[in-house]
Structures are given as structure tokens and as C-alpha cells.
Ligand binder design. Sequence first.
Ligand code: FPP
Length: 251
Amino acid sequence: MNLPTSESELEALGIDPARVPRHIAIIMDGNGRWAKARNLPRALGHRQGVLALKPIVKATVSLGVQVLTVYAFSTENWIRPQAEVDALMDLLMEFLRKETQELKDQGVSIRAIGDVSALPKRAQEALNEAMETTSDQCRMILNLALNYGGRDELVRAVNRWLASVSMEGRWPPGEISEADLAKHLDTRGLPDPDLLIRSSGEERISNFMLWQIAYTEIYVTRTLWPDFTPTTLLEAISDFQRRTRRFGAAE
Ligand code: FPP
């Protein structure tokens, strides 16, 4: 579908343009099952997954979302067959090579979270170039989670922090705050996700943004990621807007 652009069209769908989530995070699950259902190789499912991502980026930009984080490769994904890992890395490089300019034209800045230093050198180079090319854009951040794991991020944050503390001297015991730790996460400077979407029906977090999703609303759809469209996204946002977020307060 074409994304409704006017406020009245959005309102007809039950969406308040003023309360669109600032940060949406997506676990793009179901590429393998999509391919299997068609007797296709899993890599083709991932390729279709990249195709599905493009209109979602466009839709989030036009809705005024500030950050879109997508789980493209987890710290656990390395144990998949080598051919599938290679296919995912190739797709990442192809995506960056082909889409960076268009993303820049849409006002999108590409960023990454995760331990990207473990990605193949060529993928790191493509990523660095894409981030550099789009660094002056500020309409929306497309945050790619690559070799990302929530536990790994926390451990790296603490190590990063310890390295800086040992240079500055001792940190007073008991004086570490949540804000201090958040400053060392890969997501430093970004708002926490308001809405986490997981496709393909699995009701799991799968080590995704463990710190950041403390009060995030979770929306699970049975739709497999390659079938996920802007309409599915609008359904998720509409559902999100019907909820009352209390952040631990009484009703
Ligand atoms: C999970 O589906 C999906 C992944 C492990 C990778 C997601 C990657 C993409 C959508 C493409 C790459 C993204 C970019 C930005 C280039 P699954 O394979 O676990 O599906 P299954 O559970 O049905 O087997």
C-alpha cells in the first residue's frame, strides 16, 4: 500500500500523528520460514527481508519516527551455516552500497550498534562509508544492529567504562547511576525504544536491547518479516497508541 500522507488519512486509520513512537525497534524474524514455505533457499528469504525493509524505512521517515532500530545480525547468528552467514554479510554490503544515497536523500542517517569490529573487513568498510556519507542527515536514524547482543553490549559497556575509570582513578563505590551506565552503551544519546515489533509470532526478546526495552511496548505479529508491509507497521502503531504507558506508576 501507499502510506497515507495526510493527517486525516492517518486519523481515519486510528493513528494520531502527534503520538507516533519516537523510537521503533524491530526484530525482523521469519525470513527462513518464508523461504521454506516456497521451497527456496534461506538466503532468498533474507533477500526478500531486505526488500521488505525499504518501504518500512520510508514509512517511518514520513511518519516522523526519529529512530528505527532493526536487528539485522545477532551475536548468536554466527552459528548458522557458513553459507547463510556469508549471504547475510553480502546482503548487508549490497544494501549499503545500493541504498545509502537514497537513504541520505530521505534525510536518514545510518548508524550501527553491536560489536561491528568482528564483522568481515569489507562489511566494516561499507558500513563506515555509509555512516560517514549520511552523518549530516537528521530526519531519522536508521540504526542497524549488527553482531549485536544485549548481554554483549552491557559487558562491552562495562569494559569501556572500566578502561576510562582506570585512567581517571577510582570510581567512588555506590555512586554509579543508571545514567552513568547508559552513557557507555552502544545506544548512548538515543532515546529508548517506545515500541518493539517482532514479526513471525515468536514471543521472545532474543537478547535484543535488554537495557533499553525496560518500559518498551511490545507488539508481536504473526506476519513473517518478508510479508511485513507499511500496513502492518500502521497496525502496530495503532495498537501502541491504544495502550496506556504507566512506567511503573499507579493507574
Ligand atoms: C531472522 O529470520 C532474521 C535474521 C537472522 C536476519 C534479518 C536480516 C535481514 C532482514 C536482512 C539483512 C538486513 C539488512 C539491513 C541488510 P530467521 O532466518 O531466523 O527466520 P526463521 O525463524 O523463519 O528461520
